[in-house]
Design a binder for this molecule. Structure first.
Ligand code: BJ8
Length: 424
């Protein structure tokens, strides 16, 4: 990584603690990622983004602020980035995916809080993540109870605007979400000192749709056998999608897809064609949470698709681009975002329909339903996921884990037994 010490000092970060993180991350990345063989050349860009994770993009965000721009940190795929970019702001995902931040979170949160929330709060309170320090405002949402309470704690350090997400999908709920997007729009306009116009919103709906299309193209390449790219690499790209510059990211993903198309034409892959094909469903995997993919793929499986917020939930369903007035556009945004299937909704049958559809489209042999510890909504929904998959005759393995490496060997044993069962 380049020398960004002065920038981190200016941000008021805890450099001593941060140095420890800077030592651990390259090691973890090297053993999980750089050990893979025959990776596409197009991964070089994404390797670079990770290697410079606390340097390059943070400096771009600071440069934006120096020109008077604002940065908004987000924690959920329901928050419409389009509105933030349309006001001239920059949206950046902030979910924490490292064990490193857990003790910091546990200083203010109960230990039986999900790791994603603990890590996110810890990253801010410990001062070891530049993204958390840079953001002028966080955008929270009323998805799960842990997050709702975490906003109150974070709000003591940085202004948090909370969007009230309805938890059913009736017409009145979609309308209510549209109203919430309108309120967000006003708040973002106030912060940025700009006015969103139908033209700026249309432009940014296109921009974010472009990112979705590129990701959809990338995922489509994985329908082939052998897969031209590992699940690990695709997970990394999806994680980077949350904070990279959207136009540059789209360009890089499309360039990678050109290379993957050429591989497919030659029948070239990264994992043998007879490897068991796995779909992962469950709670999101924020960077640098690569544990499950690593266990699966280093045990001989090919992860071919993720029904996750760091997966298909993030990019499927583009926003309708035909609206010409702000009201039409807000309605199109609400319609699109309310199609996301999060377990905080009741009922959430769309998620099960999606899993069954993806199993067919990606010719999946088995499903791993993996939830973060203490996530009540997803672990409760597991019962319904499990039943639907069993009824459809699809083998499923249920896993509950956290960010630590303590259960790594136990996970490996369970995953290997599952893969052996699929091979029979
Ligand atoms: S749309 S999944 S990103 S809320 S934080 S719910 S793991 S207990 S992240 Fe999420 Fe939006 Fe839904 Fe997706 Fe559970 Fe943890 Fe809550 Fe979590």
């Amino acid at each position: 990584m380049g020398d960004y010490r002065q920038m981190w000092i200016d941000l008021g970060m805890d450099l001593e603690k941060h140095d420890i993180l800077c030592q651990v991350l390259p090691e973890a990345f090297g053993s999980v990622y750089l050990s893979q063989e025959n990776r596409p050349e197009g991964m070089d860009y994404f390797n670079f983004v990770v290697a410079e994770i606390h340097g390059v993009r943070p400096s771009e965000l600071i440069a934006h602020q120096q020109k008077g721009g604002k940065v908004f940190g987000t924690f959920c795929v329901y928050v419409p980035d389009e509105v933030i970019f349309a006001a001239g702001g920059i949206a950046t995902g902030l979910c924490g995916g490292s064990q490193f931040w857990i003790p910091g979170g546990e200083k203010v949160l109960p230990a039986n809080t999900c790791p994603l929330i603990k890590a996110s709060v810890g990253a801010r309170l410990d001062g070891t993540c530049p993204f958390f320090k840079i953001a002028d405002m966080y955008i929270g949402e009323t998805t799960c109870d842990g997050k709702k309470k975490a906003w109150e704690i974070l709000n003591e350090h940085v202004p948090v605007h909370v969007m009230d997400l309805p938890q059913m999908k009736r017409a009145k709920d979609i309308k209510a979400w549209e109203d919430e997007i309108k309120i967000l729009m006003q708040r973002v306009e106030e912060q940025c000192g700009t006015k969103i116009t139908a033209a700026s919103l249309a432009e940014n709906i296109k921009l974010i749709n472009g990112k979705r299309q590129a990701l959809a193209r990338l995922y489509n390449t994985r329908k082939n056998s052998p897969v031209p790219i590992s699940g690990k690499d695709v997970l990394l790209i999806t994680q980077i999608a949350f904070y990279d510059d959207p136009a540059r990211f789209t360009e890089q993903v499309n360039a990678l897809c050109d290379e993957l198309d050429a591989r497919i034409a030659k029948g070239e892959g990264v994992i043998p064609a007879d490897a068991p094909r796995i779909l992962i469903t469950g709670t999101p995997m924020a960077i640098p949470n690569w544990k499950l993919h690593h266990v699966l793929e280093s045990s001989g499986a090919a992860v071919v698709v993720e029904e996750l917020c760091t997966g298909t939930r993030y990019f499927q369903n583009p926003v309708d681009e035909s609206g010409t007035t702000i009201d039409e556009q807000l309605n199109a945004l609400a319609e699109r975002y309310m199609k996301i299937n999060c377990a905080c909704f009741t009922p959430n049958t769309g998620r099960i329909d999606d899993i069954l559809r993806l199993v067919k489209e990606y010719k999946v042999d088995g499903v791993v339903d993996c939830n973060l510890q203490f996530c009540g909504i997803y672990s409760t929904e597991s019962y319904l996921v499990d039943r639907a998959l069993k009824e459809a005759g699809i083998p499923v393995l249920h896993i509950e884990t956290d960010y630590s490496d303590q259960d790594f060997e136990q996970l490996r044993t369970r995953v290997q037994a599952f893969l052996e069962m699929l091979e029979k």
